[in-house]
Every structure is written in C-alpha cells, then in structure tokens.
Write a protein that binds this ligand. Structure first.
Ligand SMILES: NC(=O)c1ccc[n+]([C@@H]2O[C@H](COP(=O)([O-])OP(=O)(O)OC[C@H]3O[C@@H](n4cnc5c(N)ncnc54)[C@H](OP(=O)(O)O)[C@@H]3O)[C@@H](O)[C@H]2O)c1
Length: 260
C-alpha cells in the first residue's frame, strides 16, 4: 500500500449497497479495502473497479461473526494513516422467527450487526480523527424504527445502530469527521434473495417503493456532505417513517399482528 490516495474500507462490499458504495468511492479517487465472504464475486468486483476507476483495491475475507478474524482485520488496518472513509455495511436478514430458532444463531446477528461495528468504530476512530477530512457511515435500516413479527433480532440490532451512531456522532467533536447512520428502506439487492423471511418479488405496492443501491448511496453521499447524522433515503421511506410516528402504538401492533 505505497500510494498516497486516501483509503476507504467497506464491509460487505460483495453486492448491493456495499458494492455501490465501492463504486462511488472509487470514482472519487479512493483506494478501497473491500470485505466479504463470496471471494470469487468480490475479486471480480475489485478487478472491474480497478479497470473502471484506476485505483487500487484490496479484498479481504471477513466473517464478522468470527471475533478472532475480526481482530486480525482490525489490527491489520486500524493504524494505516490513509484510512479516511469507513462504511460498516455488512448485514443480513432474518432466517427464522426468534421464538422458532436456535438462540446461538439468533445471537450471531448481534455479533455481526452490533458487536463488530462497535469494535471497528472504536478501533478506527483515532485514525479517522487525525484526517483533514474523514467519514464514517454505519448502515442500519428503516426496520430499526419498527418491531414486527419475524424481525425481533433484525429490528433490535438495527435500532442499536441508529442510537449508537447518533450518540457517537454527538460525542465526536471533530467537525472534519462526518458520521452518519444510513437507514435504507427496501432496496433491490441480494439481501432479499438470501433472507427467507424477506420479500423476494421486490415489487412496488402503494407507498412501498423499492430503491436501487446506487440511489441509496447517492443520497447517503449528499447527506454526508451536508453533515446530516441520520439519513433515510427516498421520499416514500421518509414519509413512511413520519406517518408511522403518528400511529398510536396499540393500533400499530394490532395491524402488525394481522398483516405480517
Ligand atoms: N436490501 C435492503 O432492502 C436493505 C434495507 C435496509 C437495510 N439494509 C442493510 O444494508 C446492508 C447491506 O445489505 P444489502 O441489501 O446490500 O445486501 P447484500 O447484497 O446481501 O450484501 C450484504 C453484504 O454483507 C455481507 N455479509 C453478510 N453477512 C455477513 C457476515 N456474517 N460476515 C461478514 N459479511 C457479511 C455479504 O457478504 P457475502 O455476500 O460475501 O457473504 C455482503 O457483502 C445490510 O446491513 C442490510 O441490513 C438492506
């Protein structure tokens, strides 16, 4: 890593939002460290991005549920003085309802969505803090605002990311380090193919509107420039969050139990 370009780290960059963030950051002249587990897909993506944007891309196999591998990854990169952008994006959807599932498998989501992010943020903050300009994005979800049957761990871990990121952003006193929690709504990615409880049709219905990963990233990017801490991409997603805040809890729970 001898170049002088800034480096962006993106976890879960194999597909979807992480891959779109990779494209955006490479187009802005960042070298990239991309993590994932489908290494054949990740290597091909890295190769394509190098050809398209003429930057250096490094790929790392990283299972975020494996603490020893996570620690190795953190120790390898945390003091690299070129790291100036970090996207904690990796995540997955519920495979089973909480009460029907094995508890260890359910708790794995806490490790992947929360414990790993907290460790990464804590470890990389000193390096990000030293940069003339740096950014940290934690990818949560609109589901972090709601509890529905079948989303126990997903909603709870995403809610953690919203509050955690907001509080860290408030603790941060460096105006050159922008911190954002990104809360996408439905986005057409592999997420919905891999999560059995998700909607595989990915079709628009009423105010249910699907976005493309590059649209999500474009909005996140603009919000970062504005210094916005919480970013809900898309008009319909913002509207949904706003309208559902007005619905009394009891009514929301009654409807949720009926329709999900
Ligand atoms: N798609 C949506 O509708 C939506 C909505 C709101 C929020 N989000 C959030 O957006 C983020 C990105 O998801 P996406 O929609 O872009 O889905 P995606 O295309 O399935 O990408 C998920 C990425 O996370 C990685 N990943 C999953 N589990 C992992 C683990 N245990 N350890 C390490 N890496 C892991 C995957 O790696 P491999 O594929 O290489 O295994 C992949 O690179 C997630 O945090 C998700 O919760 C998605």
């Amino acid at each position: 890593m001898a170049d002088s370009r800034p480096i962006a780290i993106i976890t879960g960059a194999t597909s979807g939002i992480g891959a779109a963030y990779g494209d955006k950051l490479a187009s802005q002249g960042y070298d990239l460290v991309l993590t994932g587990r489908r290494m054949d897909v990740l290597s091909q993506r890295a190769h394509d991005l190098e050809l398209k944007h003429h930057v250096n891309i490094y790929t790392e196999y990283l299972e975020l549920g494996d603490e020893a591998s996570l620690d190795d990854f953190i120790n390898k990169y945390k003091d690299n003085p070129r790291i100036s952008f970090l996207v904690n994006n990796a995540g997955y959807g519920n495979r089973k309802r909480f009460l029907d599932d094995n508890i260890d498998r359910q708790l794995e989501m806490v490790d992947v969505h929360n414990k790993s992010v907290a460790k990464i943020v804590h470890a990389f903050y000193p390096t990000l803090n030293k940069q003339e300009s740096a950014s940290l994005v934690n990818v949560s979800s609109m589901m972090g605002f709601y509890a529905l049957p079948g989303t126990s761990m997903y909603s709870a871990t995403k809610a953690f990311l919203i509050l955690f990121t907001k509080a860290v952003a408030l603790e941060n006193t460096n105006p050159h380090l922008r911190i954002q929690v990104l809360c996408p709504g439905l986005t057409r990615t592999d997420f919905h193919i891999n999560a059995p409880l998700a909607d595989k049709n990915m079709k628009n219905r009423f105010i249910v509107r699907w976005m493309k990963p590059d649209q999500v990233v474009k909005i996140s990017w603009k919000a970062l420039r504005r210094g916005q801490i919480q970013c809900i991409p898309g008009f319909f997603n913002k509207l949904t969050v706003l309208l559902l805040k007005l619905v009394p809890d009891g009514l929301f729970n009654w409807i949720a139990k009926k329709i999900v």
